[in-house]
Design a protein around this ligand. Structure first.
Ligand SMILES: O=C(O)CCC(=O)C(=O)O
Ligand SMILES: [Fe+2]
Length: 346
């Protein structure tokens, strides 16, 4: 596969955040985000106002967690999470993305962009995760439902060194994703005639798994082995922080049929659209296939996935398809990648 000279755009959010910026400057941000999402489904975001200190801190937390002895990590493994809440440590090789997917009976419908041209290879995840979500107390009536429950916190890491900064980072991401949803709402085709707040329902009591990701260095690399195989994200908007001086993330660009590397841009977050957003906007905002190559170097990243309000019924805004609930759609996509491990969701 040739690597293209194309690169994904970088968007500067600062005019949007500046109360003194002109309307014209704000409109330029909307245009840049909307173009990036409809062309590539991916962009680097700078000028977001999230201090580098907070970015460094989340990587420190990540290292602290993954450096724990395996038996400590297994005390908070995902199989210990309540019901279908899916929290905690996910060891390597649980999820598999297989090319040549066909709709299974649970899939509400499999969009065309999930169908692969080449059906032969099997891509296996080779990464380690620690997953958190909104902290839902064990006595909450919805506890144990998909993506809903208490987080699992490792007992040996002090509150102020781990739990507190992880939840602070989540809160910052929540604020940022709220801004992005506003911009994306404004960037929809005017001809559709929707109010710019048409996407806001996604932010009411949303499901947001956040994954601390660790790619261990590999010596013998099987060509079928990826850090994360070719996949699309399931939800609406993903915000990814990549560790400096690392590489591996690539996005598929259908126009040139090439994998475009997503470089680590200083002080930037990678923003990408997921399947739910793609479906909701009739493909206007593209959920792009992407993958992570493994290498001889260790890599950390942090992924924040705005799935959205799971009960929200979404109907493609361009009038092109059927209504589906966000929760059903995401649950079936996750179950698909988990295969035999989907018992964690039952
Ligand atoms: O670690 C990365 O760079 C991307 C991870 C990813 O695509 C995912 O977890 O869905
Ligand atoms: Fe992804």
């Amino acid at each position: 596969m040739t690597i293209s000279a194309e690169t994904i755009p970088t968007v500067d959010l600062s005019p949007w955040l500046n109360p003194d910026a002109s309307q014209e400057a704000k409109d330029t941000v909307v245009k840049a985000v909307s173009n990036a999402c409809s062309t590539y489904g991916f962009f680097n975001l700078v000028g977001h106002g999230i201090p580098e200190k907070a970015q460094n801190k989340i990587f420190e937390c990540s290292k602290e967690f993954f450096d724990l002895p395996l038996n400590e990590k297994m005390k908070v493994s995902v199989d210990k999470s309540l019901g279908k809440s899916y929290r905690g440590y996910e060891p390597s090789r649980i999820q598999t993305h297989q090319e040549g997917l066909l709709p299974d009976t649970k899939e509400v419908s499999l969009p065309n962009y999930l169908r692969r041209e080449d059906k032969a290879s099997v891509n296996t995840h080779k990464l380690y995760c620690f997953i958190t979500g909104a902290e839902t107390p064990a006595d909450h009536p919805d506890v144990g439902k998909f993506s809903t429950g208490p987080n699992l916190w490792p007992g040996t890491l002090p509150y102020e060194d781990f739990r507190q900064p992880v939840m602070e980072y989540r809160a910052r991401m929540l604020e940022l994703v709220g801004i992005l949803i506003k911009i994306l709402g404004q960037g929809l085709p005017k001809a559709w005639g929707y109010s710019p707040d048409v996407l806001n329902g996604i932010l009411i009591n949303p499901s947001i798994p956040m994954r601390l990701l660790h790619y261990a260095p590999e010596t013998n690399i099987d060509p079928r082995q990826f850090g994360v195989g070719d996949h699309t994200d399931f939800g609406c908007v993903s915000i990814l922080l990549q560790q400096a001086n690392t590489k591996g993330l690539e996005v598929w660009y259908p126009s040139t049929k090439t994998w475009i590397p997503v470089p680590v841009v200083e002080n930037a977050f990678v923003i990408n659209m997921g399947d739910t957003m793609h479906r909701w906007t009739g493909g206007h905002y593209r959920s792009a296939r992407h993958r992570v190559l493994i290498s001889g170097n260790r890599r950390y990243s942090v992924a924040f996935f705005l799935n959205g309000n799971l009960n929200l019924k979404i109907k493609p805004l361009d009038g092109s398809g059927e209504e589906a609930s966000v929760g059903e759609h995401i649950n079936s996509r996750l179950a698909h990648t988990l295969g035999n491990n989907a018992t964690y969701l039952k």
